[in-house]
Ligand binder design. Structure first.
Ligand SMILES: [Zn+2]
Length: 141
């Protein structure tokens, strides 16, 4: 019989899922790793079997510098799920290496003057457990 105790306090990713395991291993090691085509160098995000530019099949999980710009965001003022403390901001950020790579993330250190598209953000990591570290971004501009 399942009960409240079986319900995750917060909806969290499974770091053991094979498709994304190298991503979460990178986060635990303090690196934001994105697959990169070893034939043409394109960053392939989300992970895909074939490079969208050249069709290459070999992609190497490669550390990024952790710099990005704010692409779009949502300020959540009322939590819809338990485990989230509103208000919080979810965002898509465009990586400096290739702005076509947009990561869904939480945004921290929101400036009092508000957010604007294109503002610089930088990577940080938030440890949830010994198995899971989440990337997030902080506003720096
Ligand atoms: Zn390629």
């Amino acid at each position: 019989m399942s009960g409240v105790a079986d319900v995750a306090e917060r909806h969290l990713p499974d770091p053991a899922w094979s498709v994304a395991r190298p991503f979460w291993e990178g986060c635990r090691a303090g690196e934001l790793r994105i697959p990169r085509c070893d034939r043409c160098g394109r960053w392939v995000w989300y992970p895909a079997p074939l490079c969208p530019d050249c069709g290459g099949e070999h992609h190497v999980w490669t550390a990024t510098a952790g710099r990005a710009t704010l692409f779009t965001w949502v300020t959540v003022r009322r939590a819809f799920l338990p485990g989230y403390r509103a208000p919080y901001v979810t965002a898509l950020v465009a990586l400096a290496e290739d702005p076509r790579v947009r990561l869904a993330t939480f945004l921290r250190d929101i400036p009092t003057r508000g957010l604007r598209a294109g503002m610089p953000v930088e990577l940080l990591f938030e440890t949830v457990s010994e198995h899971l570290t989440l990337p997030a971004f902080r506003c720096v501009g």
